[in-house]
Every structure is written in structure tokens, then in C-alpha cells.
Design a protein around this ligand. Structure first.
Ligand code: ADP
Ligand code: MG
Ligand code: MG
Length: 896
């Protein structure tokens, strides 16, 4: 097996094997962009390492060959005391995982080669700075030494000399620091810092492999639904140096602003720096304009390369670059992560620039991003106490208690509080706190800092670089420089990730212009937008959503029963109701009538209760059908077990026992009720007397509902309306069940048509939520006008998971064990439950080729599931009203 590929051998489509970074480095090579030479060790090698705990032996040999090739190319050798080749060892998985896997730079330096580098470069300060960085990175990443040991020693070195910046340390100071670092390594590991360059390299490669399975990496993958078995590639690359002095530096930039989507490059540059300095907020960075003044040639070349990359990838790219004594090198590129609003705006810009088609444009945004744009924002009109302003790094409006670290963030969140994680700057160790926080605020760093990148990736509201803040974790306070404001842990602040403002106390929020657009149309949305970028955003969402609608084959319905939800769903663009539950029509005062049904001693008494319930339900149906006039409305007959409407068995027995103990009189009715509830008690109510089973046991129950639906439709037709009710029978397992209910229904409907003198066109269909129903869908089809997959119950019955219990109980272990990466209740289990859907479809369409089929579980609003339903050939998905815009977008995306 080939485990090693030179950068000259790969291309951007080999992300599976070479990881994103490796594939893109190879692509840049192909484009003739200046990239230091190197090679990529494949993800396959990583998987082999993780499986066996050791690298395949041939890997070593292949690495040697690739390394020698590099040495000839560079005219330097690893470990050569006169002219040493230095290397970076970098991780790079298929999906970028910002800050997850550490990079080790300057590999190849030791007590001898550092002298060679010093002489050869004529810059001893640079050589010793590189050496101390190597020990620090190697110690932290490869040897798992607590990073604070090194940063404390660095601080001490500066303090001792009264310096503030790392760059002010001179050669002698750096030599001392190297000694200190070596002592730290020896103290912490019991062995001296490894002097053999090849040993350094091999250890670093292994450390990258291992880093795939750190907790941090696992948390990130779980969140992002990245499979745990992909492994990471390793890139070994010749070093170029941004820390050679004032004509050198390192930077990060985007071809467009990743946070707002503004056109024009955006970036940060740091003079005389290396690696992560620029994102770590160690010193304040320069803008690209400042770079232009400092080094016009490198700037121009950078701009040219950015244009080449944007044209080539036809998307916004992010780039990491280094200038070594006036020579520009690109070290990384990828299609850049961006905020939701930037995603929509950039997609529309690229359409306008004729760089991408509209079909491609809807592929550049997704439902999750649209969801974020629907979040409320701070009310401009509200009184606010401004504390300070930082950089808007990731949009949103977030109010919460100040917390300073992971432990506090988790503790307060578990206690139900919203928290804002406030830090000087963040690093990968802060991920846990960032995940639970509703907002993130840092004092240092730019829009490309760790906090900003990670927050954008998670869609978390974030403000960075609020430089007036002095964050002191040890005293648990934040002070605002130049003022006497002191904030403590637990104090409430509000941060605006769109403007960068930080406010004291609670600030009220208002609907976002995008949500106003969704609900009330383009004009209202534009009117609600208060500035040009926001207007541009609303127009971009409109363009893409319209295009998605025009391409979608799946239509989108809503699951709704409350009239206000039905109305909202329609405004959000639902083309019908896919699931109108009727359970709520038995609650409140109507509970008594259900009790009466259950306690009835004969059919007359039961019917008397139905006679009161029927007209009430009819009133409900009239309202719903009126709101959905002209659009199909699938009404599900009552589904839960009847005892759900009755008092709890334990409550009742306690109540009676107490009365008896006090010698009070227990009414007859209460005793009867208790007896009935006890008799109806089921061990597994979800597998018990519910749905169609209940309808067959108490025939009058469904009959009452069907009558109410038909009467409601007749009323509306008389009023000139166009009601389109569809009756859905839940939990069907056998065609016989459906046949009986259908027979009853047809009789009732025919009778009402006759008595009211109207024609009712009411479809009757089955909800498919049992494996047996899917498997026998061909015979069910004979009695069905339509089907709807109830994927919540279908998941429950296919897996045998009690959906009310398992998620809390053991799913976390199942994630860790790799049984699944995401809950099957959240995203359809394509292989199992999905297969049942596919089988059901095939069976149904074999009998009636154009039978209408939809889905009405939670999955109907889940992007990944929607793509699956599209592929299987469903006609519609139905989801909660708020998910409708998301589902519309995803239905369009699935179709292109
Ligand atoms: P990440 O995935 O965290 O971005 P990288 O592998 O890109 O990690 O490395 C981080 C930084 O290290 C880069 O942005 C770059 O500044 C520096 N770096 C990596 N490789 C080299 C190299 N060959 N020469 C100089 N600097 C490098
Ligand atoms: Mg990094
Ligand atoms: Mg990088």
C-alpha cells in the first residue's frame, strides 16, 4: 500500500485519503502557487495505526524515500549540522477541525543544528527562537506536557528583563529559555529533549495520529456529525520562516469577509512571527492594508494568488501564508468557513459575478444556516448600557451570566442558566465551555482567532478582541480599562455578535429581518433591515429560497394543530398540513367526557359522551381547515392510549388511600375510575391499546372524529370554502384493520354527503409506523389513498428503542462506542429505518404507481433526512412550522 504522497502527486478531490489540508496543498502546487515542498501521509496509515497501536512498517520506509526527495529538492538535509532542513508536521483530516490537532514546527533542530541554522541564516536570534518554539510545541503536543509550564517560563523570562513582547527577547535570553525548556522536558518526562531529528519527526507523526482520538476531537466530531473512523492525514513540509525579523511575518486571510460576507479581502498579519502567533492573540495583528505599506511586493503577490484561488475554487477561500525575508509562501488554503449571513451573501455575490450558477448557489448554503438567521436580535430601540465594543466575529444576540472557564460554564448551564464565556483569548482546551455557552467574549485576537473560527463553526454568538476588557480569571473579575466598572462571575451581560457591542445587564430582543421576510414577504423584510448589509442579506435569502422552491420536487407541509401554528406554517410557505394531531381535542374540560366514555356502562352512555364531544371537535376542525383552505390537511385520528387522558394510577390510589385513612368518604365515581384506570394500565403503553387498535375497540371514538371532520368540511363548503381534509389512521399493522376503519368512514361520509347535499372528497390513508406496515404496504395500498411515514414511531419500533427513555439513558455510550454518530430519532437511520421507508415505497408504488407518500416524523425537518426522503421518491415532508423554511431550502438543495 502507498501511504505517502508528495504534494506534487495529489489534488483537491483526494480529501478522503490526503485530508483537506493535504489535498489542497497539492492543488495549490498544481496551480503553480508558491508552496514549500512536502508530502502527505494518508488517512489510511492513520487508521492502520489506530487499529494496531503502531504504524505499518512500510510507512517508515516510504517516509524515508519521500524525505530524501525533499532533501534533494531543497539542497538541505534533516539533521545536517551545517545546513539543516527543518520540517513542520501538521495534521489534516477530511473535514477541517479547527484547532483540534496540533502542529509541530521547526522539527530537526537540536543543540548542533541550531548553531548551523544560526550561522547559515546569519540570524542567531531567529535560530534560537525557532529552537525554543520546537521544544515548546513538541513538549506540549507530542509529550503531553502541560503547556503552562512553557508559557510561565516565557513570561518569567520577559518579566526578569522587564520586557512585554516575545520579540524583544534577545539571543542570550532565548538561549536561557531553551535551557529552561529543556529542563522542563526532562523534569516532566524523565528523559532529555530528543536530539535525533528523525526521532522527533516520527514521534510527531505518531502524535498526530493519536490526536484523532483526544476528547476534544471527539466532542467536535460529535457536534459536527463527523464520523469517528475517518482518521487524519499527516503533512510533513519544509519550513519557511516568518520569524526571521522585520521583513518576515505570518498571516491569515480570507478572500471575502467570513463574518459579514462583505466583498474584499480580509485578514490579519503579524510581523516577525511564526505559526499560531497570529491566531493566538499574542500580539495585536496588522491589517492587510498595513502589510501593503510594509511590503508591497508580497502584498501584491498575495492578492494575485487570492484571486487565482477564488477563481479556481469558485468560492470564498481562507489562506494561511508566511513571508520569509520578502518572499511569499502559501501554507494552506481551503474553502473558508463563514457565518450564516456571509454564506447567503457570498452565494448571491458569486451568482452576480457569474462565477457560479443558481443551482450551485443553493448548494453553498444550508438549512442550519437559515435557522440561525431566523434568531431574534437585540432591540435597537431598547435602552442599553454599553460596556465596550469588540470585533463582531460570529453573529447573534446573546444574554447570559459571565463565566470564566469550562467548569463554571458547564455547572451553570446544567443549573439552567445561559452563560457567556469570557476569556482573554481561547484555545482548544476551552472547547467544552464554548460548546455549552450561549455566547463567547474575548479580550484579544481578531476575526481569525481561535474563538472566532470555532464560534462561527458552531453558529455561536461571539465577540472577540474587546481590548478594553481586562479578564482576570484568578480573581474572577472583568474590568473595563479606563473605567471603574468591575464585573464578576454570574453578572449578566449581553453581547452582539453582529455589531461587536457588549452591554451590561439584560437587553430585549426583536425578530430578525430574515424572519420577518419569511413571514411577511420581501418588502417587509427589506423594510425591517436597518442597514445595507442586512438588506443585502434579506435579498440574498430571497433569491436562494425562491430558487430552492423552483427546483424542489419534495413539497413541504407542517405538523400543526393549534390554529395560530397552522396560520404561521402557511406564512412560512407550507403547502399543507402533513400531521394534525387530534389528542389535544380531548384535553381540558373535555377530559371529563373521556372519563364518561370509559366509565360508561352501556353504548348509550358512551354515545351520549361522543354526542357532546363531536360538535366541539367539529369546531376545532373548522378553524384548522379554514386556515388551510385549498391546501391538503392530514388529520390523524386519535393515537395515544386512552388512559393518558385519565388521572395517573399512582396519584389516584394515593388520593383514595389518604381519604380512607382520614375516614373520609370516597365517592363511588372515584372508585370506579380507579378500577378502570387500574384495568387499563399497561406495561408498555406505546405498544399497547392505541391508534387503530383503540379505534377498533371503541368504534364510536373514530366514528365521532370522522363525523366531526366530514361535518366541518361540509360547513366550509357551504360557506364557499375549499377544505381538503385527509383522514390518517395511526399505527396500522394489517390491511384488515384499515379495511374496517375505512368501511366505517366511507359509510359516515356518504351519509353526511347525502344529508348535507354536498360532495366530500376526503382521502383516507394509513400512517406507516410499524415495520409490518412498511413490509406489507402493497396490500395496505389497496385500502389507502395515501401514506405517511411516522418515522418517530417507526424508529422506535424498528430498533425496539423506547423513545421516551433511551435518549437520556444510554445513547451517550452508544455514541462513544460508535453504534451511531447521531441519534436515529434526530436524523433518519438510513440503513435500517430508511430501508423500511424504501421498502414501503416500493411496495406501495408497485400497486398504485402514483400513490401520494409523505413523512411526518421529526425527521421531516432534519436536513440530512430530507435529502434521503428526496432520493427515495417521497412526495412531501412535514415538519414543525418553524422548520418549514429550512425544509424548503433543503428540498431544493436535494434536487440539484
Ligand atoms: P491548523 O490546522 O491548526 O491550521 P496548520 O497545520 O495549518 O494547523 O499549522 C498551523 C500554522 O503553522 C500555520 O498556519 C503556519 O503558520 C504554521 N506552519 C505550518 N507549516 C509550516 C511551514 N512549512 N512553514 C512555516 N510555517 C508553517
Ligand atoms: Mg492549530
Ligand atoms: Mg492551518
Amino acid at each position: 500500500t502507498t501511504y505517502v504522497f508528495a504534494f506534487t502527486e495529489g489534488d483537491k478531490d483526494q480529501k478522503d485519503l490526503l485530508g483537506g489540508k493535504g489535498a489542497n496543498l497539492a492543488e495549490m502546487m498544481k496551480l503553480g502557487i508558491p508552496v514549500p515542498p512536502g508530502f502527505t501521509i494518508t488517512t489510511e496509515a492513520c487508521r492502520a495505526y489506530l487499529a494496531k497501536g503502531a504504524a505499518p512498517e512500510t510507512l517508515e520506509v516510504q517516509v524515508t524515500t519521500a524525505l530524501r526527495q525533499m532533501e534533494s529538492e531543497m539542497g538541505k538535509r534533516l539533521g545536517d549540522p551545517v545546513n539543516p532542513l527543518l520540517l513542520s508536521v501538521r495534521s489534516g483530516a477530511k473535514f477541517s477541525m479547527p484547532g483540534m490537532m496540533e502542529t509541530v514546527l521547526n522539527i530537526g533542530l537540536n543543540d548542533d543544528t541550531v548553531e548551523g541554522l544560526a550561522t547559515r541564516s546569519g540570524n542567531p536570534r531567529f535560530a534560537w527562537d525557532s529552537y525554543r518554539r520546537l521544544i515548546q510545541m513538541f513538549g506540549k503536543t507530542v509529550q503531553d506536557i502541560e503547556g503552562d509550564h512553557f508559557s510561565d517560563a516565557l513570561e518569567a523570562a520577559k518579566d526578569k528583563r522587564g520586557l512585554t513582547l516575545d520579540t524583544e527577547l534577545d539571543v542570550d535570553a532565548l538561549k536561557d529559555l531553551v535551557d529552561d525548556y529543556k529542563q522542563i522536558v526532562e523534569r516532566e518526562t524523565g528523559a532529555p529533549f530528543p536530539q535525533d531529528p528523525r526521532e522527533q519527526m516520527d514521534a510527531a507523526i505518531e502524535a498526530v495520529f493519536r490526536s484523532w482520538n483526544t476528547d476534544r476531537a471527539k466532542i467536535y466530531r460529535r457536534r459536527e456529525r463527523i464520523p469517528h473512523d475517518l482518521g487524519t492525514a499527516v503533512n510533513v513540509q519544509a519550513m519557511v520562516f516568518g520569524n526571521m525579523g522585520d521583513r518576515s511575518g505570518t498571516g491569515v486571510c480570507f478572500t471575502r469577509d467570513p463574518s459579514t460576507g462583505h466583498t474584499g479581502v480580509y485578514g490579519d498579519y503579524l510581523v516577525n512571527a511564526q505559526g499560531e502567533d497570529v491566531v493566538a492573540g499574542i500580539r495585536n495583528t496588522l491589517s492587510l492594508d498595513a502589510l501593503a505599506e510594509l511590503d508591497r511586493k508580497s502584498y501584491d503577490e498575495l492578492m494575485e494568488n487570492l484571486r487565482v484561488l477564488e477563481t479556481h475554487y469558485r468560492d470564498m477561500c481562507d489562506i494561511e501564508f508566511t513571508v520569509e525575508e520578502g518572499k511569499l509562501w502559501l501554507l494552506q488554503t481551503r474553502v473558508g468557513k463563514r457565518t450564516a449571513s456571509a454564506a447567503f451573501r457570498i452565494a448571491r455575490q458569486l451568482v452576480d459575478e457569474r462565477l457560479i450558477t443558481r443551482d450551485e448557489a443553493i448548494g453553498r448554503v444550508n438549512g442550519e444556516q437559515l435557522t440561525q438567521l431566523l434568531f431574534p436580535q437585540f432591540d435597537d430601540e431598547a435602552d442599553k448600557v454599553t460596556l465596550t465594543k469588540g470585533m463582531a466575529a460570529s453573529p447573534g444576540a446573546s444574554v447570559g451570566e459571565i463565566v470564566f472557564n469550562n467548569a463554571q460554564a458547564v455547572e451553570r448551564t446544567n443549573a439552567g442558566a445561559d452563560v457567556i464565556l469570557v476569556r482573554r483569548e481561547t484555545n482548544p482546551d476551552d472547547l467544552e465551555g464554548m460548546v455549552v455557552a450561549s455566547g463567547i467574549l474575548t479580550a484579544r485576537g481578531g476575526k481569525t482567532s481561535h474563538a472566532a473560527v470555532v464560534a462561527r463553526g458552531m453558529g455561536r454568538c461571539c465577540v472577540v478582541g474587546a481590548e478594553e476588557l481586562y479578564v482576570d480569571e484568578s480573581s474572577q473579575t472583568v474590568t473595563i480599562r479606563g473605567s471603574d466598572v468591575i464585573l464578576k462571575a454570574g453578572d449578566i451581560i449581553a453581547i452582539d455578535g453582529t455589531s461587536g457591542y457588549v452591554y451590561k445587564g439584560d437587553v430585549p430582543v426583536v425578530p430578525s429581518p430574515v424572519s420577518i421576510y419569511i413571514e411577511e414577504g420581501l418588502e417587509a423584510g427589506l423594510a425591517a433591515a436597518q442597514d445595507e448589509p442586512t438588506k443585502d442579506l434579506v435579498a440574498s435569502v430571497d433569491l436562494l429560497l425562491q430558487h430552492a422552491d423552483s427546483r424542489a420536487r419534495l413539497t413541504v407541509r407542517a405538523n400543526a394543530e393549534a390554529p395560530e401554528d397552522v396560520i404561521r406554517a402557511r406564512k412560512f410557505g407550507a403547502t399543507g398540513i402533513g400531521l394534525c394531531r387530534t389528542e389535544h381535542m380531548f384535553l381540558g374540560d373535555r377530559r371529563q367526557l373521556i372519563e364518561q366514555v370509559i366509565l360508561a356502562e352501556n353504548e348509550e352512555e358512551q354515545q351520549a359522551a361522543f354526542d357532546v364531544l363531536g360538535p366541539l371537535q367539529k369546531g376545532d376542525f373548522v378553524e384548522i381547515l379554514r386556515a388551510m383552505d385549498g391546501l391538503p390537511t392530514t388529520i390523524r385520528l386519535v393515537d395515544p392510549p386512552l388512559h393518558e387522558f385519565l388521572p395517573d394510577l399512582t396519584d389516584l390510589s394515593v388520593r383514595i388511600a389518604v381519604k380512607e385513612a382520614l375516614g373520609e368518604n370516597v365517592p363511588d365515581k372515584e372508585r370506579k375510575l380507579f378500577k378502570a384506570v387500574r384495568e387499563m394500565h399497561e406495561q408498555n403503553p406505546m405498544l399497547g391499546l392505541r391508534g387503530v387498535r383503540l379505534g377498533l375497540k371503541i368504534r364510536g371514538l373514530f366514528a365521532m372524529q370522522i363525523t366531526a371532520i366530514a361535518e366541518a368540511a361540509a360547513d366550509l363548503i357551504e360557506q364557499g370554502g375549499d377544505p381538503k381534509p385527509e383522514i390518517m389512521v395511526p399505527l396500522v399493522g394489517s390491511v384488515r384493520e384499515l379495511q374496517i376503519i375505512r368501511g366505517d368512514a366511507e359509510e359516515i361520509i356518504a351519509e353526511i354527503e347525502k344529508s348535507r347535499g354536498v360532495t366530500l372528497d376526503i382521502e383516507i390513508g394509513a400512517m406507516i409506523e410499524l415495520p409490518r406496515a412498511a413490509i406489507t404496504a402493497d396490500s395496505l395500498t389497496e385500502e389507502s389513498d395515501f401514506f405517511s411515514f411516522g418515522t418517530n414511531d417507526l424508529t422506535q419500533t424498528a430498533w425496539g428503542f423506547s423513545r421516551d427513555d433511551v435518549e437520556a439513558e444510554f445513547f451517550n455510550e452508544y455514541f462513544d462506542l460508535g453504534v451511531f454518530g447521531v441519534s436515529p430519532f434526530e436524523s433518519i437511520d438510513v440503513r435500517g429505518v430508511g430501508k423500511l421507508v424504501a421498502i414501503g415505497m416500493r411496495n406501495a408504488r408497485s400497486v398504485k404507481p402514483d400513490i401520494k407518500v409523505g413523512v411526518c416524523g421529526e425527521h421531516g425537518g432534519d436536513p440530512q433526512s430530507i435529502h434521503f426522503f428526496h432520493e427515495v421518491g417521497l412526495d412531501y415532508v412535514s415538519c414543525s412550522p418553524f422548520r418549514v423554511p429550512v425544509a424548503r431550502l433543503e428540498a431544493g438543495r436535494a434536487a440539484v
